[in-house]
Design a protein around this ligand. Structure first.
Ligand code: GDP
Length: 187
C-alpha cells in the first residue's frame, strides 16, 4: 500500500526539515529552500512484516507556487498542517491551507494532523514561543484533527508525529474506503 501525504504550511515553518529528520534522521541549519515540490519516501512497519510506503510531497509555501502544488492535492490521502510555534502568522494561516486543500478534493478524503513545530524554542524560558499548546489544541479540536508538537532540530517527537499522521490516514482508509469512481486515487 502506498500513502500519498502532502506537507502544508507557510514558508520557513520547517516542512523540509521535518521530512529530512524523519526520512534521514538529519538536520541541516541551512536547508535548501524548496522550489515548487520535493518528493520524499519512507517505509513504515505498521506491524511485524507489514510495511507501508509513505510518499511525501513537500510544497513551497510561497503564494506563487500554489498553482504547482495544487495538482498534487488530488492524490493525497494524508495532510500534515505545519505551523511554527514562534510565528503567529503561520498559525493564523493554518485554516487557509486547510481550506485550500478541502476546496479541491472530495470532502473528508484527506486526513489532517496539525503539527506545532520548533518546540525546542521553549526549552529554556518560553520566551520565543507565541502559540501555546492549549491554543493550538483548541484549533485542532475545532477542525477535528489530532495535534502534535515536534522539533526537527532536536528530533524530539518527530517519529511520533508522523506515526499519528500515518495511523489517522490508515484508519480512514479502512473505515471509509473510496468509491471506484474516484479515479485519481493511488492505493
Ligand atoms: P520550510 O520552508 O517550511 O520547508 O522550512 P525549512 O525546513 O526550510 O526550515 C526553515 C528554517 O527553520 C531553517 O532555517 C531551519 O534551520 C529552521 N528550522 C527547521 N526546523 C527547526 C526546528 O525544529 N527548530 C528550530 N529552532 N529551527 C528549525
Amino acid at each position: 500500500m502506498i500513502l500519498s501525504i502532502i506537507m502544508l504550511g507557510d514558508s520557513t515553518v520547517g516542512k523540509s526539515s521535518l521530512l529530512k529528520r524523519y526520512t534521514e534522521d538529519a538536520f541541516l541549519e541551512n536547508i535548501n529552500q524548496t522550489v515548487g515540490v520535493d518528493f520524499y519516501v519512507h517505509f513504515l512497519e505498521v506491524e511485524p512484516g507489514v510495511r507501508i510506503k509513505l510518499q511525501f510531497w513537500d510544497t513551497a509555501g510561497q503564494e506563487r507556487f500554489r498553482s504547482v502544488t495544487r495538482s498534487y492535492y488530488r492524490n493525497s490521502v494524508g495532510g500534515l498542517l505545519v505551523f511554527d510555534v514562534t510565528n503567529r502568522a503561520s498559525f493564523d494561516h493554518v485554516k487557509d491551507w486547510h481550506d485550500e486543500v478541502c476546496e479541491r478534493v472530495v470532502p473528508h478524503r484527506v486526513m489532517f494532523t496539525l503539527l506545532g513545530h520548533k518546540s525546542d524554542c521553549d526549552a529554556d524560558d518560553h520566551s520565543e514561543r507565541v502559540i501555546s499548546r492549549e491554543e493550538a489544541e483548541k484549533l485542532a479540536s475545532r477542525m477535528g484533527m489530532p495535534y502534535v508538537e515536534a522539533s526537527a532540530k532536536t528530533g524530539n517527537n518527530v517519529q511520533e508525529a508522523f506515526d499519528v499522521l500515518a495511523k489517522t490516514t490508515i484508519i480512514k482508509i479502512f473505515f471509509f474506503p473510496l468509491k471506484e469512481t474516484d479515479s485519481s486515487y493511488t492505493y
